[in-house]
Ligand binder design. Structure first.
Ligand SMILES: Nc1ncnc2c1ncn2[C@@H]1O[C@H](COP(=O)(O)OP(=O)(O)OP(=O)(O)O)[C@@H](O)[C@H]1O
Length: 267
């Protein structure tokens, strides 16, 4: 993927031989994971349920500390909560007592951005994520897809150095999901930040990412890192019809299926 594989300035996130054992766990959640995420790259992490994908994000966010090995962000060891990272979790986790615009503006308020600038940026992001007209609505008045849009705007509005997304489109219906995938693609291609995106969905990983990290089943290790060569800007509709897409999908599927049990036995 990279022409500057050894340039430390190009590196956003690095895991060096990281193992994480939860107290009382019968096996490590992840074991000896080494990976590197370059700045301004979109990296997807895929793997079977329970292989440690969320654990990787939690380590990058500084919410967990490795049992062995080290996690580095911007060249520094992550030793506490990583305030440079925005985290979009599986649930939208909006504050139910705040309106859409107040939820979106929360990070700016914490960072003491002045009211005028705050309102301007909120209005911009409400337009960007297609929620014009819903500024004063409360989370309970929004569909699941709209709540996700708020969560994404809330994460991106303060220009974080890295965005961590944990299956943000998981529970949505196929059409909403496709629409949000294309929206995220457009947004990211405009902003070009560093993004680590966890998903179960092979298509989603190939639509969106520059690189796909394939994890083995638990205890999670890195099975393979696959470069995704499709040019940007990408259009999911055309991409999915191309021969290159099918070929790469088949490669990814052969890797993935060896990690999952399709026999019907409980996972
Ligand atoms: N707080 C915890 N305490 C003990 N074990 C945990 C804890 N959180 C996760 N685990 C275990 O660590 C392993 C990895 O969990 P993790 O949530 O990272 O996997 P995942 O790949 O994100 O799963 P999924 O795709 O189902 O969300 C699993 O075996 C899980 O049971």
């Amino acid at each position: 993927m990279s022409t500057n594989q050894h340039d430390p300035n190009a590196e956003a996130l690095r895991f060096d031989h990281v193992t994480l054992e939860f107290p009382g766990g019968h096996q490590p959640a992840i074991e000896d994971v080494s990976l590197r995420v370059e700045r301004r790259k979109f990296v997807a992490v895929i793997g079977p349920s329970g292989c440690g994908k969320s654990t990787i994000l939690n380590l990058a966010a500084g919410l967990l500390a490795p049992t062995r090995g080290g996690v580095h962000f911007d060249g520094e060891p992550v030793t506490g909560v990583n305030s440079e990272a925005a985290y979009v979790t599986q649930k939208a986790n909006l504050l139910p007592w705040l309106s859409v615009k107040a939820n979106i503006g929360l990070a700016l308020k914490f960072r003491r951005v002045g009211k005028d600038e705050r309102n301007e940026r909120i209005a911009h992001w409400i337009r960007v994520v297609g929620l014009t007209g819903f500024e004063d609505h409360y989370p309970r008045e929004l569909s699941g897809g709209m709540q996700k849009r708020v969560a994404i705007a809330r994460a991106l509005i303060y220009d974080p150095s890295i965005v961590l997304m944990d299956e943000p489109f998981g529970p949505l219906d196929a059409i909403t999901r496709l629409k949000l995938q294309q929206d995220l693609l457009n947004l990211w291609e405009e902003q070009q930040g560093t993004l680590v995106f966890v998903t179960h969905d092979l298509n989603e990983a190939l639509y969106l990412a520059d690189q796909v990290i394939v994890m083995s089943k638990g205890p999670g290790t890195v099975r393979r890192v696959l470069d995704v060569p499709f040019e940007r800007p990408r259009d999911i509709g055309s991409l999915v019809e191309s021969r290159e897409f099918s070929e790469l999908y088949n490669d990814l599927w052969s890797l993935f299926k060896s990690e999952i049990d399709l026999s019907g036995a409980p996972a």
